[in-house]
Design a protein around this ligand. Structure first.
Ligand SMILES: [Zn+2]
Length: 682
């Protein structure tokens, strides 16, 4: 996952500031380290500096007389200001995720909220700044000789201004601002309700039949009863393995009703206000507004994309269902030839056990963390023809954190990457990548990127090696892929650098790289048994590859259903019957799953606020990722020649061109769904 901190807001709203000598330049690894404040005073000082310098720089842009406006003193000056602001503030946000000290996290949190508000008011809803920019765009820009990337920057920024409502008369603009604030508040409450929902069940030991002793012993107890809740480490294993149908059913009901009914009312308000907002901004619906800035362009084309894909998935899913049906556990009953929702994971798990005989733990024995990380970095070095070397440093926010320097073969530094890979109390619990300083090309040379990769892998101890699950290996490769996108993606305008791309494109480069971890030659290279040092046997590798296709039809149906649901909820119309739409969408797409009326999943579908109508983006980027991957694979997954072409034509461009053009340029044709369908056996 790509974690957007403040910088995202500055892309959603126009990008943006600063003058020559005040530029933050990274000349050594010490400069990279120095980006991260080490005391609470320093956090506050940097926040103040970010605000006062941005204010000053933007005021200077506004003060320029119209006839003297140029790309450099207006658009580029805004870009420079934005880079400075982000380089000072994103590290503060990152500290909130990783710093072990409570005071540091709290200060970072409170300062980030303030900076967030500041950036919206000062960079986003700054009317004089918009007027200055528009004035230049309309009057002077057409006469100036500009590069294609500069024109693209101007056009995209003007579109962002329009989507933010800056072009509207004052009264409408105020309504837009009011609705946006209300929506921000409602979205925050919606997410908080999901996070706060801690419903539990207290059940006896027999109701946990099928679960391992380790699992049961780790549960909290109330007298003789065991407490189970809806967190993933408890929910998933129970749905997969508990042999008591009543337990799975109760658990499923609990899970599907998280944040219900409280979030039903909130979601209805969000849908209604987003619809009003989109109309004020001149769009047919919120989905139209939300997708206008994306690769896909419109809800109509997103729907068409999903429909085609789901149709293809249906055939495969029908086969998957027949296969499961022919081999059902004796305790399972189908209703109207459909699987009850609380039986699905259980049935699939039994089938896998019987026919695949793969054990995650056995696979993990081939991925001891040290060797695996070394091998993964080596793949990146070979394919992209770069050098990744660890720089011994101390005094970072935690002793586990490592620093990697990325250089080109000629020695030019591309970037510095902090790796914070092990879990500890109060650290961000998922995996993500954060760029804390964008790379930039200045007079032909690179001012390096600085980024952090965060993960939570098992930590080795003196007695026990840490063994990664295959899934962890894929996760690391994925997150490091975002970092590579950032370090190879330096551009002249920092707002276009690396991962500053459209939301439905940003996961594409990382999703391509995931495919390396399903290739037999690469798996042989990466794996090494922690005792014998032997690579993974062919048979095990084949099973990993085969399992990927195991329920791909059902997977696409499910993802397609979620994406369609998000589009339906944000279609034209203020009032929506949430339950009716969920039921109809589910029944029209999920062919062999029974819809249960106790399903109020939308109340905990957190992506409805953050991603809005854009949930289709998961499948969208996967489809094009696989198209590019097949092209790359023809030349070899460790072939630096194709690696360099891919870097130059796709990730190296960052967001300086429409991604549709980047894909076309690399492929030499229009991208299509064929590779995706082949890869998933559809
Ligand atoms: Zn990602």
């Amino acid at each position: 996952m790509k974690k957007y901190t403040l910088s995202m807001l500055l892309i959603l709203l126009p990008a943006c500031l600063l003058t020559g000598e005040k530029k933050i330049m990274i000349k050594s690894h010490q400069d990279a380290i120095a980006l991260l404040p080490t005391t609470t005073q320093q956090i506050k000082k940097r926040a103040q500096q970010a605000m006062s310098e941005s204010k000053k720089a933007l005021d200077e842009i506004i003060a320029i007389p119209s006839e003297k406006r140029t790309f450099d003193n207006t658009a580029r000056a805004l870009d420079t200001a934005s880079l400075k602001f982000n380089s000072l503030t994103t590290p503060i946000q990152a500290l909130e995720y990783v710093h072990p000290n409570k005071e540091m996290r709290e200060t970072a949190h409170e300062q980030s909220i303030m900076l967030n508000k500041f950036s919206i008011d000062t960079f986003g809803y700054n009317l004089p700044l918009y007027e200055a920019f528009k004035n230049y765009y309309k009057n002077n820009a057409p006469r100036e000789k500009l590069a294609k990337t500069e024109r693209y920057f101007l056009d995209e920024s003007m579109k962002e201004y329009k989507r933010a409502g800056l072009n509207l008369p004052e009264e409408t603009r105020n309504k837009v601002a009011q609705l946006s604030k209300e929506l921000a508040q409602l979205s925050q409450e919606f997410s908080a309700n999901i996070a706060k929902d801690t419903r539990t069940l207290a059940i006896s030991k027999d109701q946990l039949a099928g679960m391992s002793d380790d699992f049961i012993n780790a549960l909290n107890k109330e007298g003789e009863r065991y407490i189970i809740n809806t967190t993933y480490p408890i929910y998933i294993p129970i749905m997969k393995n508990c042999t008591v149908e009543a337990t799975r059913k109760r658990m499923w009901e609990l899970f599907q009703n998280r944040a219900y009914p409280i979030n039903k009312d909130l979601l209805e308000q969000i849908i209604s206000k987003r619809d009003q907002l989109s109309k004020l901004l001149g769009f047919d619906s919120y989905a139209h507004l939300d997708l206008d800035s994306q690769m896909v362009g419109s809800p109509e084309s997103a729907e068409k994309f999903l429909k085609t894909l789901i149709q293809k998935a249906d055939r495969k899913e029908a086969k998957e269902f027949q296969r499961l049906k022919a081999d059902l556990p004796t305790t399972i009953k189908l209703i109207d030839d459909k699987i009850q929702p609380w039986d699905k994971a259980f049935i699939e798990e039994r089938y896998k056990e019987k026919h695949f005989n793969v054990d995650d733990e056995k696979i993990a024995q081939y991925f001891p963390i040290q060797n695996t990380l070394t091998q993964l970095l080596d793949i990146y070095q070979q394919f992209f023809n770069i050098t990744l070397s660890e720089i011994p440093v101390s005094g970072l926010w935690h002793e586990d954190v490592k620093l990697i320097k990325a250089t080109k073969k000629d020695g030019a530094v591309l970037g510095y990457l902090f790796l914070d890979l092990y879990p500890r109390d109060n650290k961000y619990t998922h995996a993500c990548e954060i760029d804390i300083k964008k790379g930039q090309i200045i007079n032909g040379s690179i001012d390096p990127t600085v980024a952090i990769v965060i993960a939570n892998f098992p930590k080795p101890t003196a007695k026990k090696p840490a063994l990664l699950k295959h899934n962890d290996v894929v996760t690391f490769f994925h997150e490091f892929g975002h970092a590579i996108h950032d370090i190879l993606g330096a551009t002249e305008l920092s707002s276009q650098a690396g991962t500053s791309v459209k939301r439905d494109f940003v996961e594409l480069p990382s999703q391509i790289l995931e495919e390396w971890m399903y290739d037999s030659e690469i798996l042989k290279k990466v794996s090494s048994h922690y005792k014998t040092g032997k690579p993974m046997p062919e048979e095990m590798i084949n099973k990993i590859i085969e399992l990927k296709k195991f329920n791909s039809g059902g997977f696409v149906q499910r993802q397609g259903m979620l994406a369609t649901l998000a589009l339906q909820y944000f279609k034209n119309g203020e009032q929506k019957d949430l339950d009716e739409i969920l039921k109809n969408t589910y029944n029209s797409i999920i062919k062999h799953g029974l819809f249960d009326s106790d399903n109020h999943f939308y109340a905990s579908f957190g992506h409805l606020t953050g991603y809005g109508a854009k949930y289709y983006g998961y499948l969208w980027s996967k489809v094009f990722a696989l198209d590019l991957f097949e092209e790359i694979k023809k030349h070899g997954l460790l072939n630096p020649e194709i690696g360099e072409v891919y870097a130059a034509k796709v990730i190296g461009k960052g967001g300086s061109d429409d991604p549709n053009n980047l894909l076309r340029d690399f492929l030499g044709r229009e991208p299509n769904q064929k590779a995706f369908l082949r890869n998933l056996g559809l």
